[in-house]
Every structure is written in structure tokens, then in C-alpha cells.
Design a protein around this ligand. Sequence first.
Ligand code: GLN
Length: 490
Amino acid sequence: MDLTTLSAFEIADKVKAGEVSAEHVFAQFLANTQKINPRLNAFISIHEQGLEIAKKIDQRRQRGETLGRLAGVPVSLKDMFCTKGIPTTAGSNALKNYVPPYSSTVTERLAREDAVLIGKTNQDEFAMGSSGENSAFGVCKNPWNEDFVPGGSSGGAAVSVAAKMSPLAFGTDTGGSIRQPASFCGVVGVKPTYGRVSRHGIIAFASSLDQAGPFSRTVLDSALALEVVSGLCEKDSTTSETEVPVWSKHITTDIRNLRVGKPRQFWDSDLSADVRKSCETAELQLKDAGAKIVDVDLPLVEKSVSIYYLVATAEASSNLARYDGVRFGYRDDFSKEPPADLEDFYSRNRAAMFGGEVKRRILVGTYALSSGYYEAYYKKACQVRRLLTEGFQKAFQTCDVLLGPVTTQPAFKIGAKIRDPLQMYLNDVFTISANLAGLPALSVPTGLSAEGLPLGVQLMAPQFMEQSMFNAAQVIESASKFSRNINGLR
Ligand code: GLN
């Protein structure tokens, strides 16, 4: 039996019931990964030791112990999540030899519920990018067509699920890095409310925007996975005390009276014909299920990309200061030419360890924070961010969820945008605002483009209201019949 077509939910059920062994499940996903990964480069490291962990889970079941909610479910983690004793690179040369002495809260909570790590996935360096091309470990490829990017920065995570190398993955989303690759690869991807999931042990990019979240083939799996990792964490003071609902139990396609808002600014944008059609189809599906469609305004949303590239770069320039070759990071080879002074030592180390995009962000962020510019750039961006957030609050007085595109077009060709940073940044026009406002948002597949590439739509909800977003996504998933068994691999 091909166990790699099962959802995480089904795997956990069958393992708990003793119908399949965790070892057998893991062995099949591992075999798939070893076969497919050399073509797609979705993993930076593969965790074969997971097989032993899976065996222990089976032994515990045989002894009559109660297993966790993700019993025997293989899970991949973006290489941003610290894994004790297992290399964690953030896709950067700076951390190519880094083996963390501790695990992130997400890593621990998944293990506590008996999920089994299958590997660490490829990503844009320090999560900066929208295509998976900025990795120090090589470009990751889209399984639906290997000439195309998988999206980014959590490209490897999306590919690991789309190509059935794991039923579940976790990534991070600072401006769209879960939702955009999810839509490019035809899987579900969820960015939760800021403060739902602990950032402890996740390599920091922009701390006021970073959130971790799941990728899966079904909405139900993402809901279940998010339940497992969400909630207060004493090691991250920005986590919320708000109760974590059991979303997966309460998912319903009965969305009568749900008010679905169509942000004018999103729908009036220049969208490719495929993307527009997929949004319109999703709108009809929600309407057919009883939802009420309303037009809403999101003033200032067109400023999102500008705000983001000041706030995110400012925070990144500060977070990445620790990679100096002393406390963290790579030390250059000084054997031929010793450093002239301390500044020379730092600057040579930092020049050697970061790729071009990361350097660009550090420069922009440092500039935006420097005296004389701080008020004009960083502070102004924070003020407009506040107004944007208030705009969302106002929009949510007339609707319960927002529906719109994830990106203006489906996946693009490898190399198409890498030389034009602005074009690359514009990939995130529709996703960034949810990060700026701290809102939950997800991408759910709707079908394929004329070229045979996956399409998705985005749903957003007010803070801590993930349930209505999951329900609407479930309606779209059920109506779209985008089979979770379709395998993008040719
Ligand atoms: N693509 C955006 C960037 O390059 C968002 C990345 C992310 O969400 N980590 O910053």
C-alpha cells in the first residue's frame, strides 16, 4: 500500500489504531525523499535517524501507551527551526556548520505529539526571498515543472509536501513565505495570528513579523498541526495567552451567514487571467455555500511593500548583527593576511558569510535606522503600519474573512526575476499586509493554470479568528476537488 498518499490525520489515526506502523510510514516517505530530492533540492539535510524514532513509537503503542496527536507523522522543518544536535543553516553559509544546542518550541511540541522529523528543508538565505533561488545550498525546484521556482522563502517546505516527501511541513512567514510557495506548489499553507506560535528557537529575520506555520495537502491537516504547536510559551514573551481552539474538530462547510469581504485594492489589481479566474471561482464556491459577499476597502494597503522593506530590513539589520564570526557565524581564513584591526576582522567575516540579497537588506536596514534618517524612514513606516492595521480593523466590521489572490501570477521561471529585486519584492504585494497587521492568513489550492501550474487563493481573518478562515478554506477545498493525490511530479 502506498502510504505517502495518506493525510497526516489518516496516518496518525492508523498508527494509533495499529493498522500501519510508524516505521513503515517513515520508511516509505524516506524512500520517496531519497529518490526525488536529488532532482528538486528541497532538503538541506535528511534525517534518516527518524526511522529509529518511528520504531520506538511503535514499541510504545505495543506496550499500550497512548500516542500523541501526530503519531508517526513524518514532518519536515524549514532550516530556520533549531533542532538540537542537528545542523540548522537558515540556508546560509554563515551557519553551515551550526549545530544548535537546543530545539525550537515548534520542534519540541511536534516531537511531544509523536511527529517524526524527516529532514530540514531548503530556503532562501535567512528567509529573504520569494523564489527559493537565494539559498547557499542551491536552487530548489517546483515539482510541477522543474524549470519553475517553487516560491519562497519556504520553498523546500512546500515542495516536500507537494512531491510527497512528507505529509506535513513547517515554514516561517515574514511577508508571505508560507502562503506564496504553498500557492506555487498546490498545497495548503497557513500563517497564524502573530503571537499564536512561539518564535523561540527560530532563527530571527524580522521579529515583529515572523510567524511559523504548517504546510499540508488538506486544510484539516494544517488545522491539526497548528493546534499542536500553538499557545503560550514562556520563552517567547510575544506569545498570547488566548486559548487555542481545537480547529480541526470544529471545521465545517456550513458557512451560511459568513461575510466574505473582497478588498477592492486587491481585486482591482493587475492579475493574470488564471489568477483572476481562480479568485472568481472561489468567490462563487463560497457564495454557493451560503456566504454573503461584500466589497471592502483597505486603505493604505498599496503601501504595504514600502512599509515592509523599511520595517523588515531594519529589524533584520539588528537581528543579523550577531553573525560576526565571534559569537555566531563563519570566520574567514585569516592565515594569509591577518586582519588589520577589529573592524577589518568583522567586515571580512561578514563579507564572506552572507549572500547578495542578505547584504542588500542589512545595508538598507542600517541606513533606515541611522541617525538623521530614522525619523523620516523607520518611524514613518511604523506610523503608516499602525494606520494600515486600523484599516483592517475597520474592514472587519463589515466582514468575517477576506478573500483575494496570493500573488498576481502563478509560479515563474527560474532566473526570471533574480536580477530585478523590485520585481521579486512585488511577489508579496498581497501577502505582506497580513504580517504588518499580525493577522492570520492562508493559501488554499484551487486548481491548475493553463500552463499546468498550481493556483491558490488567500483568505485572511481578524486576529485569533483562524476558525472562520479554516471553514471558508474547507469549502474551497471541497468544491475545487483539487485532489490531494495529484502528484506534481512528472
Ligand atoms: N519574500 C519576502 C522577503 O523576501 C518575504 C519573506 C518571508 O516571508 N520570509 O522578505
